[in-house]
Design a protein around this ligand. Structure first.
Ligand code: FAD
Length: 295
């Protein structure tokens, strides 16, 4: 199934992102999580692609195959390229194709101090070109409502986003953001630049202080005053912060729904309870939006 088609069939596409377990754990560790996430009826599940060597990367294929075969849900396999040779990417594509997985979120990958940068692919658009040339896959790409941290301006970043659409991206998933106005402003600018593909909003519930520090450092997302007040008040207590994080994410999603977002992609961090609570908070809203869309 082509995931991009869902955006024609539904007003709101709702999906979850999960990451594969590390190599010391068996796949069965995520099996229960997958089963339970499936019960929440997402439209698709995306599986991150680690930067930690071939074996961890293979886990993305393994988990995607598990999703496809045992959960009967469409997987979106993430794939990054900056530290890969063409032959390695080709091997992953072969494996995905053998497992009947045809939807890929194609990205460059982060460049960290220890990243071995190869020359084969410098940007996601080059990876997309390569995959499109080979054929047999449906592509999605990442985008950044507040601009990618390395880019000199949001305007330039949107130019490169357009290039990704031209190279085959059929929909986009945003980096996490906490300020909906930044998302609305970004979507307006992307549309004005000729980006017509759906732009699914990536939402991450903040639930503990360690995750908060890491997330804010990596994404560079702006923290609105309301969220920073919640963090300073409840961040030291895991249970309280989880409740506050769920509430904030729920409010963010409801406001996005009111403003005609095309989809919500929840960064679950494999936290089933958080995904479940947020889904329970919004599932009737999503079904009403989708029902009225069909009438
Ligand atoms: P690109 O689109 O290649 O952009 C990278 C930078 O180069 C940007 O600053 C851009 O403006 C600039 N640029 C792009 N094209 C050009 C050009 N032609 N000339 C000059 N500059 C250019 N990382 C993982 O390792 N694994 C994952 O599973 C993963 N999943 C993600 C899921 C989502 C939804 C998102 C938003 C991000 C994810 N990431 C993941 C992180 C992602 O790999 C990083 O954000 C990475 O730094 C950029 O990837 P990209 O595909 O957006 O890169």
């Amino acid at each position: 199934m082509k995931i991009a088609k869902l955006f024609d069939q539904k007003k709101i596409v709702y999906s979850f992102e999960i990451y594969p377990p590390n190599l010391s754990s068996g796949v069965d560790v995520v099996y229960e999580t997958l089963k339970n996430l499936t019960n929440l009826k997402p439209d698709y599940l995306s599986v991150t692609y680690g930067a930690g060597g071939t074996e961890v990367k293979n886990r993305t294929c393994e988990i995607s195959a598990l999703i496809k075969n045992t959960c009967a849900i469409e997987p979106l396999a993430h794939l990054t390229c900056v530290n890969s040779r063409k032959s390695e990417v080709s091997d992953v594509l072969n494996q995905l194709s053998n497992d009947n997985i045809h939807n890929i979120l194609a990205m460059r990958g982060d460049i960290r101090p220890n990243t071995v940068v190869r020359d084969d692919f410098k940007y996601a658009s080059q990876l997309m070109d390569y995959i499109a040339g080979r054929g047999g896959f449906h592509l999605a790409a990442a985008c950044y409502p507040e601009g990618h941290p390395e880019c000199e301006s949001l305007k330039k970043d949107i130019e490169y986003m357009k290039l990704k659409q031209d190279c085959g991206a059929q929909f986009f998933i945003t980096q996490l953001f906490f300020d909906n106005d930044a998302y609305y402003d970004f979507v307006d600018k992307a549309r004005a630049r000729g980006i017509t593909a759906p732009i699914q909003a990536g939402i991450m519930p903040l639930t503990n202080i360690k995750q908060i520090e890491r997330t804010l450092y990596l994404s560079g997302a702006k923290v609105p005053h309301k969220l920073s007040r919640l963090i300073s008040r409840y961040g030291s207590n895991r249970v309280a912060m989880t409740q506050a994080g769920i509430m904030y994410a729920t409010e963010q999603i409801i406001s996005l729904l009111e403003n005609d977002v095309q989809g919500i992609h929840l960064y679950t961090m494999n936290k089933l309870d958080v995904a479940r609570k947020i889904t329970e908070n919004i599932d009737h809203l999503i079904s009403m939006e989708n029902t009225s869309y069909l009438v």
